[in-house]
Design a protein around this ligand. Structure first.
Ligand code: ADP
Ligand code: MG
Length: 723
């Protein structure tokens, strides 16, 4: 029998270097590092990407064409073919007692070296038929060893050529054996309440269980752990801000707020009013508040920020409004500026292209309290930007900023209230996961409910339809965006399936792309070319402008101004136009190679049109025939609702196998599926809240293990934010 374990030693081993695991040599540790595996616990958290169900193996003869099967068979022959220079195909002939199966692996030339006649493989995928043989294309596969007896689940871990799934499995098993006595950091009463198995059992089951039921129970427990730690971390950080001394209790019905209300050129929607009310509720309190406004593109979030700025001014404080691009900052300055002027709020714009003498003047005025609000880009977080008394900070499109950038902005005041705005509409479960400690308001109504926006998906061969619609819009005096193909990005459908394709070739056909900079350049080049082509052909009668990320800021501004003023009627652009840009007369958008963009990104893009009372049309052009790509575009055609799109987008991230484990959101979340784990997300949110209410510093002995876990898991983030 087992000798008694030293449970503390086993627990501490989790945080030791992975080299403490039997069989992990320095060389192997280096390969593991590629998977971000550094500690023993990291190795245990290297979860299988799928399982091969060895209890349901069928013979080649029994495998029905069109169904998904797992087959165990022997390699008979391996051939490397190159029908085209960039298309390596490894063709493997498998045989069992009942027949022959032809298996093709695309873009994995190294398999030709790895697979040898005589090897036994388990392959799993959808059975096809060609040239008289049953076949499988790019199936999941696994080499079967002696010990891989039938009648259980075989875990397949993400692997590389240098450290194959079989090796990794053995290392994981060794780690499980060495840490078998690990203590459970989650208090017993919570485990009982949520019916969770112990952590040790969960790690064991997820890697070597016999039934899918066991795997499911293990997964629930591990998902709970990931979420509980994240919630504890976020909530404690939130509390740190709330504990800061000197937060302003803002007045929210002062002269500027009233003047702003008067100056509004439109009536607020109910949701906008609700968001302002929620924000003011937070701002009135004398603690540093963090409030998030979530609203689809074009839902009118900016105005909510304006009210916060007015309240800051009325309370004798100052505000800063930070946006991720110069275009957006300038636009805020223009639109908010008018309202601020009418409300007696003194404002200025500060970006990377502000000229040095102007900059010096603005900084001086801001430091002296002669400006009430500074609107700008990352330029706002420079060290020499020193407010006189910052009490309110706005971070627009907050997802585009890093944690440290947000923290640096907030650090410019003693304890400013913060307003985060995001146009990535996310369901409540995700909001809780990412922003567990923030209060939040949703803006779901659109201000322009009377106009409609339609989206169409067309094959490249039918793009003429889109051009016709564009010309019709131009004839009505409206404007058109043409968004150019992304050059360097592989199509989003070629999703990473967890394998590391070592010798895989880069996707792009005619540009050598090695760095992000090359990629940028290639996108710019393609936009430039397309603008020239369109100006000479389709839009011969119109002025065609060009906007891409590599243009100098000054040129970008001019291109944007020309388009906003209608001097150019067509704007050919890359994704720089994605965020927040507001040109009400733009009504048609054509997106080339739409299948290469992410779903949410496309939704953001189309948010550039349909921002007024004019009807709008979006044309998604693609030449992809791949069903997933087509399905994704169809989702956009069917729904114009950003929340639905976001939910759909998230649901796609599920792997099609029994227990999907695609990475989601935060890097500490490996197993969580935002859509299907909504229940566990609510549990963890509730439990973390209860734990911290009873023990705010996690200082009680019952929580010592949890506190340690939080520290270990988020050590990097804690350093950045100085927490
Ligand atoms: P987003 O939420 O994408 O940041 P904006 O704040 O830029 O949206 O608003 C989009 C457009 O709608 C702007 O032109 C803005 O002036 C306009 N707008 C905002 N609220 C209203 C409203 N209540 N009625 C009419 N137009 C509005
Ligand atoms: Mg906006």
């Amino acid at each position: 029998m087992d000798k008694p374990r030293d449970r503390v030693a086993d627990t501490l081993l989790l945080d030791s270097s992975v080299t403490a695991v039997k069989g992990v040599t320095a060389a192997r540790a280096k390969v593991l590092e590629k998977f971000h595996i550094r500690t023993v616990k990291d190795l245990l958290a290297h979860f299988p990407r799928r399982y091969i169900d060895l209890s349901h193996i069928c013979t080649i003869a029994d495998a029905q064409i069109g169904t998904t099967c797992t087959i165990a068979a022997e390699v008979h022959e391996v051939k490397l073919k190159r029908p085209r220079p960039r298309l390596p195909i490894v063709e493997v002939t498998l045989i069992d007692d009942t027949g022959v199966l032809v298996v093709s692996f695309f873009h994995m030339p190294w398999l030709a070296r790895r697979l040898k006649p005589g090897m036994r493989l388990a392959v799993s995928g959808k059975i096809g038929f060609a040239l008289g043989f049953k076949k499988l294309s790019n199936p999941y596969f696994e080499q079967l060893a002696e010990g891989d007896v039938e009648g259980r689940l075989l875990a397949v871990h993400p692997a590389t050529e240098k450290l194959q799934a079989g090796h990794i499995r053995r290392l994981v098993f060794a780690a499980l054996d060495q840490t078998r006595g690990m203590l459970d950091p989650v208090p017993a009463h919570l485990r009982a309440r949520r019916h969770l198995i112990s952590r040790g059992a969960a790690f064991d089951s997820i890697h070597r269980s016999h039934t899918t039921l066991e795997v499911a129970a293990a997964r629930t427990r591990l998902v709970y752990d990931e979420l509980l730690l994240l919630q504890l971390f976020l909530m404690r950080k939130g509390r740190e801000r709330a504990r800061l001394a000197g937060a302003r209790a803002h007045t929210t019905d002062g002269a500027s707020v009233r003047a702003l209300t008067e100056a509004l050129p439109f009536t607020l929607t109910d949701d906008q009013r609700g968001a302002v009310r929620d924000l003011f509720d937070q701002m009135r309190q004398d603690v540093a508040a963090d409030h998030m406004v979530l609203g689809d593109v074009g839902s009118g979030k900016t105005i909510v920020a304006a009210f916060g700025v007015a309240a800051a001014k009325d309370s004798g404080g100052q505000a800063m409004v930070m946006a991720p691009t110069e275009i957006l900052a300038e636009q805020h300055d223009a639109t908010l500026g008018t309202l601020f002027d009418a409300s007696g709020i003194r404002h200025a714009l500060l970006t990377g292209s502000t000229l040095p003498p102007d900059r010096a003047r603005i900084l001086e005025a801001f430091a002296q309290g002669e400006l009430d609000v500074l609107i700008g880009t990352h330029a706002l977080i420079e060290d020499d930007v020193i407010p006189c008394d910052l009490t309110f900070a706005v971070i627009d499109e907050q997802q585009r900023f890093g944690v440290d950038q947000r923290a640096r902005l907030l650090a410019k005041g003693r304890a400013p209230d913060a307003l985060y705005m995001t146009a990535t509409p996310i369901p409540r479960s995700l909001a809780l996961t990412l922003f567990g400690s923030l209060s939040h308001s949703y803006i779901r109504q659109k201000p322009h409910a009377t106009s409609k926006r339609e989206t169409f998906a067309f094959d490249k061969s039918k793009r003429g339809v889109a051009y016709d619609a564009a010309r019709a819009a131009l004839a009505r005096g409206e404007q058109v965006y043409v968004v150019c193909p992304l050059v360097g990005d592989p199509p989003a459908t070629r999703e990473d399936d967890g394998r590391v394709h070592e010798d895989d070739e880069p996707y792009h056909p005619d540009v050598q792309i090695e760095t992000e900079d090359d990629l940028d350049r290639a996108d710019a080049a393609s936009a430039t070319k397309e603008a020239k082509r369109l100006a000479r052909t389709v839009f011969l009668d119109n002025e065609v402008g060009l906007l891409h990320g590599r243009m100098p800021a000054e040129e970008k501004r001019r291109a944007m101004e020309d388009f906003a003023a209608g001097r150019t009627q067509v704007l050919v652009t890359t994704t720089v136009v994605e965020v927040g840009v507001d040109v009400p007369k733009a009504t048609v958008m054509i997106v080339e190679d739409a299948d290469r963009f992410g779903l949410s990104q496309l939704h953001q893009l189309r948010g550039r049109v349909g921002r007024s009372d004019l009807d709008a049309q979006v044309y998604l052009i693609s030449s992809s025939k791949l069903p997933p790509a087509v399905k994704r575009l169809e989702a956009l055609v069917e729904s114009d609702d950003g929340f639905k799109i976001a939910e759909y987008d998230l649901s796609l991230r599920r792997e099609g196998d029994i227990l999907g484990n695609k990475q989601a959101g935060t890097s500490s979340l490996k197993l969580v599926n935002i859509m299907t784990d909504a229940d566990i997300i609510e549990w963890s949110h509730e439990d973390a809240g209860a734990i911290l209410r009873a023990d705010p510093d996690l200082s009680s002995p019952a929580h010592a293990a949890l506190a340690r876990e939080v520290r270990m898991t988020f050590s990097e983030q804690m350093q950045v934010s100085g927490g």
